[in-house]
Design a protein around this ligand. Structure first.
Ligand SMILES: Nc1ncnc2c1ncn2[C@@H]1O[C@H](COP(=O)(O)OP(=O)(O)OP(=O)(O)O)[C@@H](O)[C@H]1O
Length: 328
């Protein structure tokens, strides 16, 4: 039984999600202590419980301490099997983060997951980031991943619904081609708002990307009606670099579009082959399948993932000069 200090380094939900995923993959039971100890609301939030349940569902794990507010859990995995799961945290918790906990485990046997909650929430990748920035890297390495957004969900009401299906696969090493013509695009979406919001977001984002980077980009508009949520967001990407921005009451739609585009332009001007967030999200795949990529800054999330991977016996090399280069 391994013991992981859940408050180490970044000390958020990420270390917990990755610890149980690695436990399932390695079949090594794990206890995670001091969960989110230094956060304003310490212990498990419903979205963290849901992420652990998603991983447990793929491998019939036995868990103790898995209730909201709990600061310690134990996770004893069984064999990974093909499963079709349904997970609902009952809040606007991030669907993409729950999917990211489940995916490296589900790849071993294939299966599907239907997750409810938030498709676009703060401090998390959006579902479009998952589809257009994160998943393409894994698809290039041989993964078959289908992501279907059934309903968009925003804080605080949630109500988003996403279906993800994955085929069993052993991936090729993770590699990000440099110097190729890269796909550049934006998705401008909303729920429960007039259609002109997504149009204005998209026009502002496209104009800024065109001006700052000289990049022609495709724009998808996805205004939804009839769900429970109200909100808007923009996800922009160029190759394996992405950026997201969320709308809020009082913020003009153009500002949301420009915020995503400005953040993407900044990433594109910075050295490295992936953005700073993707860098921490891909480390588990680097450890499992090998490969190499780089980014501009060593984030605390990347340090946390690297440290946890070494606890489970994986070695990630990290070289820092003008970029931060990860390889395994
Ligand atoms: N703007 C963004 N774009 C893409 N990914 C993001 C973005 N912001 C955060 N992330 C990713 O979301 C994850 C957040 O993990 P973290 O543990 O901080 O969140 P959490 O589970 O909500 O826990 P906590 O509530 O304790 O912060 C990281 O993998 C990070 O790279």
């Amino acid at each position: 039984m391994l013991t992981v200090d859940g408050s180490h380094l970044e000390g958020g939900g990420q270390i917990l999600r990755l610890a149980v995923a690695l436990s399932a993959i390695s079949t090594e039971p794990v206890t995670v202590t001091r969960i989110r100890q230094n956060r304003k609301n310490p212990g498990l939030a419903p979205q963290h419980v849901a992420a652990v349940r998603a991983v447990a569902g793929t491998c019939d794990a036995e868990c103790t301490g898995l209730t909201p507010g709990s600061r310690e859990i134990s996770f004893t995995p069984g064999r990974i099997r093909q499963r079709d799961l349904a997970i609902d945290p009952g809040t606007a918790g991030s669907i993409p983060l729950i999917v990211q906990a489940w995916l490296p485990v589900a790849l071993a046997a294939g299966g599907s997951i239907k997750v409810s909650g938030g498709t676009e929430v703060l401090w998390s990748p959006t579902i479009d980031y998952l589809e257009h920035v994160f998943a393409p890297v894994l698809r290039r390495a041989g993964a078959l991943i289908e992501i279907t957004v059934l309903e968009r969900g925003y804080y605080p009401r949630g109500g988003g619904r996403v279906h993800v299906r994955v085929e069993p696969a052993r991936l090729d090493p993770i590699a990000i081609p440099e110097g190729e013509e890269e796909d550049c695009g934006i998705v401008s979406c909303s729920a429960g708002l007039p259609t002109h919001v997504v149009e204005r977001q998209a026009t502002a984002a496209r104009d800024l990307l065109n001006r700052e980077l000289g990049l022609p980009c495709t724009a998808d508009l996805d205004p939804r009606e009839g769900g429970t949520s109200v909100g808007s967001s923009v996800t922009a990407w160029n190759g394996a670099k992405g950026a997201v921005a969320l709308g809020r009451r009082g913020l003009p739609a153009e500002e949301v579009g420009r915020a995503a585009a400005r953040a993407l332009a900044e990433e594109c001007r910075s050295p490295g082959t992936v953005d700073v967030h993707l860098a921490d999200q891909l480390l588990v795949y680097l450890a499992l399948y090998g490969g190499e990529y780089s980014t501009h800054t060593l984030s605390m999330h990347a340090e946390t993932a690297g440290s946890l991977l070494s606890t489970f016996g994986y070695t990630i090399r990290c070289r820092k000069n003008d970029t931060v280069r990860f390889s395994a």
